[in-house]
Design a binder for this molecule. Structure first.
Ligand SMILES: NC(=O)c1ccc[n+]([C@@H]2O[C@H](COP(=O)([O-])OP(=O)(O)OC[C@H]3O[C@@H](n4cnc5c(N)ncnc54)[C@H](O)[C@@H]3O)[C@@H](O)[C@H]2O)c1
Ligand SMILES: [Zn+2]
Ligand SMILES: [Zn+2]
Length: 362
């Protein structure tokens, strides 16, 4: 089957032929129908985050179950599914406490053991699976706890976005920060993640929703998704603008870029007791600094891993919200591309041309 392989980082993706093993115990073979391009994939291509190569990238996908291995009972061939990199073991202290997106054993129990052989191969060579998924491929072989079954009337290109960006943005608002109705919310960075956080803030009933980006086209989209105010950070001081718009600082801020400077801004633009949630992936080794005296205002700075999701519960709800007209996903898909166009898709992301590009597989 065809897959987009990262052979070395930094580097581009090569479309190559790779092979998947048969589904083993608790594994599911999925025919990929759609996969979104997320900025996190780009971080690994640019080597700001490390991963062993060769690997097949991609982690935002939806598809149809092709076959199941021994012990899999909750899905069967033909079922429509969304995948999630927040694979959970179900038995560690994080999982049993309801924080399965922080599962302590997912890299131990949910991967193949050394004597079981690799899930993905290229001839005689092992190919590393990326974040339990490797979605930029015609098929995926995943652990059963890395997917959720969804309604069959859900279009799978929109469903794929729920696999990462939508769940991360909505989850950061609903689960990590637990935004209260009537409050003020700032979202810095209006790509797929930030636009989802803006929608989360709208659905949660925030009163003021301030979108910050450097590109007018992104700010326009942000307004469509529910932003009540916009700040163009290319020509304005974002912190001063937010303090002005909120009369002193926001209740909540969300950083959806992945830079130390914007993480610091997110903290600085808060009112006392406000909470900044950093969603963006800060490059490994980079530090985020804050001014110590600001801690006297009892402000909170935290991160959010995949929106603190409980994805088996959350994703079917997000599907319902889309089909009931409460969650805008059509507007988030800027373009459909083929697997062969994947490097151009990432170029478009770097140029800020798209909210999301989605690969459709035939
Ligand atoms: N924490 C998680 O679990 C998680 C999950 C998915 C993605 N992410 C991360 O979230 C971040 C956003 O992902 P995305 O796919 O939406 O990216 P994207 O590239 O589509 O969007 C980023 C946006 O930030 C804007 N931007 C860049 N610099 C800015 C600045 N200085 N001030 C304001 N805006 C600025 C860009 O114009 C763009 O609109 C990435 O770092 C990604 O890796 C984290
Ligand atoms: Zn992602
Ligand atoms: Zn666990």
């Amino acid at each position: 089957m065809k897959a987009a392989v990262l052979n070395s980082a930094p580097g581009q993706l090569d479309i190559e032929d790779v092979q998947l093993d048969e589904p083993g115990p608790n594994e599911v073979l999925i025919t990929t129908k759609a996969a979104g391009l997320c900025h996190s994939d780009l971080h690994f291509m640019e080597a700001t985050y490390p991963h062993p190569c060769p690997t097949v990238l991609g982690h935002e996908s939806a598809g149809v179950v092709e076959a199941v291995g021994p012990g899999v009972r909750h899905v069967q061939p033909g079922d429509h599914v969304i995948t999630c990199l927040s694979a959970f073991c179900g038995t560690c202290s994080m999982c049993t406490n309801g924080n399965m997106s922080l599962c302590e054993r997912k890299r131990i129990d949910l991967v193949r053991q050394p004597d079981e052989g690799s899930r993905i191969r290229r001839g005689d060579e092992d190919v590393h699976q990326f974040l339990h998924l490797s979605s930029f491929a015609e098929q995926m072989l995943v652990h059963e706890n890395a997917l959720v079954k969804i309604r069959e009337d859900m279009p799978l290109d929109k469903a794929s976005l729920i696999g990462c960006g939508v769940t991360t943005g909505l989850g950061a608002v609903f689960r990590t920060a637990r935004v209260e109705p009537g409050t003020s919310v700032v979202v810095i960075g209006c790509g797929g993640i930030g636009l989802s956080a803006i929608q989360g803030a709208r659905i949660a009933g925030a009163n003021k929703i301030i979108a910050v980006d450097m590109l007018p086209s992104k700010l326009e989209l942000a307004q469509q998704m529910g932003a009540t105010h916009v700040v163009d950070a290319s020509s304005n001081d974002a912190v001063a603008a937010v303090k002005d718009l909120t009369g002193g600082g926001a209740h909540y801020s969300f950083e959806a870029v992945g830079l130390p400077v914007t993480a610091r801004q997110a903290f600085e633009m808060l009112r006392p007791r406000g909470q900044a949630t950093v969603i963006g992936l800060i490059p490994v080794g980079a530090e985020v600094t804050i001014t110590g005296v600001d801690l006297l205002d009892e402000k909170i700075l935290t991160g959010s891993n995949m929106g603190s999701n409980q994805f088996r519960t959350d994703m079917p709800r997000f599907v319902d919200m889309y089909l009931d007209g409460k969650l805008m996903l059509d507007e988030m898909v800027s373009q459909h591309i083929s697997l062969d166009q994947i490097n151009e898709g990432f170029d478009d992301m770097k140029a800020g041309k798209v909210a999301r590009s989605v690969i459709l597989f035939d």
